[in-house]
Design a protein around this ligand. Sequence first.
Ligand code: URA
Length: 429
Amino acid sequence: MSLDAPTVIRTKRDGGVLSDAAIDWVIDGYTHGRVADAQMSALLMAIFLRGMTPAEIARWTAAMVSSGERFDFTDLRRDGRPLALVDKHSTGGVGDKITIPLVPVVLACGGAVPQAAGRGLGHTGGTLDKLEAIPGFTAELSKDRIRQQLSGIGAAVFAAGDLAPADRKIYALRDVTGTTESLPLIASSIMSKKLAEGARSLVLDVKVGRGAFLKTEAESRELARTMVDLGTAYGVPTRALLTDMDRPLGRAVGNAIEVAESLEVLAGGGPDDVVELTIALAREMLDVAGLDGVDPAQTLTDGTAMDCFRQLIAAQGGDPEAPLPMGTHTETVVASRSGVMGDVDAMAVAMAVWRLGAGRAQPGDPVQAGAGLYVHRRSGEPVTAGETLFTLYTETPERLPSALAELDGGWTISDGRPPSRPLVIDRIS
Ligand code: URA
């Protein structure tokens, strides 16, 4: 039976189930330019509105994996033993810089991390945009270079390139068509890259709350379950942590500014929540990869994780000692009264940072390495009238008014402490 894009789009638009053949055809056609952006945009919106069955999600993911290469690093050895190839991926958050300290911690504990990472999507930042704020750092690595890095220092953080090229195109299209916040599209996007990148086990950080793509705990649980089942079906042991994303992670949100905060964590300091989540995810990664012996928390205080970070950055052309760029135009928000910092809405902060120039409005837009926001007073901290609560950074001062408008109403000063929430809500395996 011959297939065509309008029929596939109409099937999903009207609430039907796409056949395996239709899914394979549309993913292959879009990857190779036979299905147009406008047609894929319409189909993505239909999927956004109508959803997908578990069988459709599994087939859509498999088709995206098959759209490119699948790496295999199982032949690589360290000290005569196969590498413990393990990775983590986050569903996307605000101030979520965890990969930057986490990869070195896992390396320092004996793991190996082949990580296909992403750029910013929607209101969330991307690991590659953050790491590329380090002068000289490149994420465009060939397969040979990834292999060399894995057998040399044990890690590579790279743009997906030839892995799941269907996801690369669909990811960029979702970013500009209002179709990011969809369970089937998030699950298939993440898992297609993770199943193709060569990791032998996987930990997922599934965000819950205002700054997450999926806002409710029930939706996030379903996303976690869907991805854990997809990984397991592919023979890649997969677990997920459900973690809070109502408030930004840490104090720094943006590109270079998040690298700077990660360096504080790697030097044994940094905000408590960033340290807690780094260690919790490291423990899961080591456990799922069958590694024990080294305490991940110790690697942050004894300097071994910092050494691994420097090696990783240098291996990818970056200068770990170079000063990080910070936007030269700044604006501050000050407290109008004394009290306690109440709620800080992760979504309001994310939108402000996006307006400052840290994210994209069009596929391929450049991002500003120095755009970002610093939260001086976090929820529950005492506030004195007149002191600075937030500092905004950008290279383009005309962006400041719209960023301030996004932040407006996204925080409160109260008389008592706001309720505190656990950072790690649940674990799904
Ligand atoms: N990360 C991805 O790789 N894809 C998504 O859709 C969301 C987060």
